[in-house]
Design a protein around this ligand. Structure first.
Ligand SMILES: [Zn+2]
Length: 420
């Protein structure tokens, strides 16, 4: 049985719905990995974010068309992640319209120039694993940031590059609706949030959603600036929004509630920074820092800080490497043993490879079993099925959707390997 809280998060936060935020403003939730927003002006519409696929965008547009048949005259991207920019062609409906984004658009992405060395294959594999692409719907119960089940046709196919770049905070007129575009680095450096001062509606992009913030994505990301994200959450709370329509998960209503979700999320980020910096200052190892992180009770009890998407222990590792790099201050780590060398020593200590294998089968500590399996694999032993089973067991209790999907996706590959 999968983690019940993860199942419930998926059922409630990604329930398909078009929610009215305020008169003339709607958000579509649950149709795609991300949310899309429609703003109705006097004689035209504006769309904020466009989903990850033309398939999902078509579904959303047909829902929006039940509300208004006015032409879409403007698209705004909150940031450059593919799940927000890949359905634009559908909303543009073949017309050449303004597409607005921050002047730092794309700054977060791994080097796209294929002529230079970059770990594109690793990124692709890990992205596919994180989102459980190829898993069954029973396996992939959630993306953490979006529903487990969603249209996959035209994935990544409908992107239109922005044609108007915003360098500084700007007030714009969306056909009679005043909006403020605010530079707000957070989950990415290129975030631009949309604030409607009259209706007090805030579209924060991915700087807030109902899950622990993804300060590090296991698909692989450049360092996300923790301090900037925390500062942005203060800035957003200071706007005193009465409606919050995040880039993932359901909208939040009520000034008091919104202030609470934004400030506690900021405090959770600050807590990770404090915990990690204190540990580093005390000379602790990265493993000990990651193993000991635990949000304080007044944050741990907040449903929106549960680790459905981001994870505190991964965030601690990201903060450490993002600030001081990989060296943890322990000179032991200045030298290197290869996996095989280390595994040989482990086998020798254990009384041989068979003894190591027996320990891997016998231990009830699943993390330790995985580590022993890795030693055995480094020594050329086939323990694919044992490792696959351990990952599948971990997946069942895991609250984090990206960890669950990755465990199951990698387990499938090992099972196939074990069969050949
Ligand atoms: Zn997103």
């Amino acid at each position: 049985m999968p983690n019940a809280r993860l199942v419930e998060h998926n059922a409630t936060q990604f329930k398909k719905s078009v929610v009215e935020l305020a008169p003339g403003m709607w958000t579509a939730v649950g149709y795609a990995a991300s949310t899309q927003h429609m703003i109705e002006g006097k004689s035209s519409l504006a769309i904020v974010d466009t989903s990850e696929s033309t398939g999902a965008a078509k579904d959303v547009l047909s829902e929006f068309r039940k509300i208004s048949d006015k032409p879409i005259e403007r698209i705004i991207y909150t940031h450059s992640h593919r799940d927000h920019i890949s359905g634009a062609e559908v909303f543009a409906e073949g017309r050449d319209i303004p597409i607005l984004a921050s002047s730092t658009f794309s700054s977060d992405l791994v080097d796209q120039d294929n002529n230079r060395p970059a770990p594109h294959d690793a990124l692709n594999r890990r992205t596919v694993a994180q989102f459980g692409i190829g898993l069954t719907s029973q396996q992939r119960i959630s993306l953490g940031c979006g529903p487990g089940e969603r249209p996959m046709s035209g994935l990544g196919a409908g992107h239109i590059p922005p044609n108007q770049f915003i360098a500084n905070d700007t007030e714009i007129d969306l056909d009679g609706v005043t909006a403020r575009l605010i530079m707000a680095p957070g989950e990415t450096a290129d975030h631009m949030v949309v604030w409607f001062p009259k209706a007090k509606v805030l579209i924060p992009g991915d700087n807030w959603y109902h899950a622990f913030p993804n300060l590090y994505a296991i698909r692989g990301t450049p360092y996300r600036d923790f301090a900037a994200w925390a500062d942005t959450l203060t800035l957003l709370a200071d706007l005193k929004p009465e409606v919050l329509a995040p880039g993932h998960t359901q909208p939040v209503f009520g000034a008091k509630k919104i202030n609470e979700v934004l400030t506690t999320t900021r405090d959770a980020i600050l807590y990770v920074m404090h915990h990690t910096a204190d540990g580093m200052n005390a000379g602790l190892s990265m493993d000990d820092i990651a193993a000991s992180i635990q949000l304080p009770d007044h944050l741990a009890d907040k449903p929106w800080l549960a680790e459905y998407y981001g994870k505190a222990s991964w965030s601690a590792r990201a903060f450490a490497t993002g600030t001081l790099g990989w060296y943890d201050g322990n000179p032991t780590h200045l030298g290197t043993l290869s996996d095989k060398q280390r595994a040989s020593h482990m086998a020798q200590l254990s009384g041989g490879i068979e003894a190591l294998k027996q320990a891997a089968f016998e231990t009830e500590d699943l993390q330790w079993r995985l580590e022993l399996c890795d030693h055995l694999i480094a020594l050329g032993e086939d323990v694919s099925l044992l490792k696959a089973e351990a990952m599948e067991s971990l997946a069942e209790v895991e609250i984090n959707a990206t960890a669950r999907n990755t465990y199951l996706w990698e387990a499938e590959r090992l099972r196939k390997k074990g069969e050949t």
